[in-house]
Design a protein around this ligand. Structure first.
Ligand code: MG
Length: 220
């Protein structure tokens, strides 16, 4: 392993598993936000969100473009988790796995900073990261937009050729690779995993951080 390597970790569905509890809650909060602020019924709000998702990659971007939505207000209202500690699902031994991983570690998430830091605290790994780079820091240009990545490199003095992106989103990994990073694809779905083909821009495809640390020699 080379020294001064930087690991860039996505948060949601990479450092913790949020499909069962957190994502449904977030999804509901976003639809309710659209209903409340645009005066829409639930079906209309869902349809609008779907359209903005397809067109811009995120509900927020469509709301900003067409409704002058304040991004900070949106992120604040849609990321309220009064029982976060009971909703977060972690991989066994997560802290030890990250602690043993040589190199600098940074989080790069499309979620807001306050939520990301709260999740890292619940996971008990906040102190292991040198930086938490979130949607606010990208100028609301979420992954896979290259501009967010470039701002991350600049602000945290990361050489993309000496860094590794760990992610559950293939779109984000494609951008990471185009910018020179090495890539680890986290696939949580165990059943049928073998039928998921590894795209050319993915260096390593694993089910979690434990398997990733076992496969590190393949990342040289
Ligand atoms: Mg993710």
């Amino acid at each position: 392993m080379a020294r001064a390597r930087t690991w860039v970790f996505d948060l949601d569905n990479t450092l913790h598993y949020c499909t069962p509890h957190i994502f449904p809650h977030m999804n509901r909060s976003m639809t309710e936000y659209v209903m409340r602020h645009l005066g829409l019924a639930e079906a209309e709000a869902s349809a609008l969100r779907r359209r903005y998702w397809l067109q811009y990659g995120a509900t927020l971007l469509g709301l900003m473009k067409h409704h002058e939505t304040d991004p900070d207000q949106f992120l604040h209202e849609t990321h309220q988790f009064p029982e976060l500690d009971r909703m977060v699902i972690r991989e066994m031994g997560l802290r030890a796995l990250l602690h043993r991983l040589p190199g600098r570690k940074v989080v790069f998430s499309n979620s807001p900073e306050r939520y990301c830091r709260a999740v890292l605290e619940v996971l008990g790994i906040a102190d292991l990261f040198d930086g938490v780079f979130t949607i606010e820091h990208t100028g609301y240009r979420p992954k896979p937009d290259v501009r967010g990545f470039r701002e991350l490199f600049r602000r945290h003095r990361i050489d993309p050729r000496r860094s590794i992106m760990v992610e559950d989103s293939l779109d984000n990994l494609a951008t990471a690779r185009a910018l020179g990073m090495r890539t680890v694809y986290i696939v949580r779905r165990k059943p049928g995993l073998l039928r998921v083909r590894r795209p050319g821009y993915v260096d390593l495809m694993v089910t979690g951080l434990r398997e990733m640390t076992r496969c590190l020699p393949q990342l040289r």
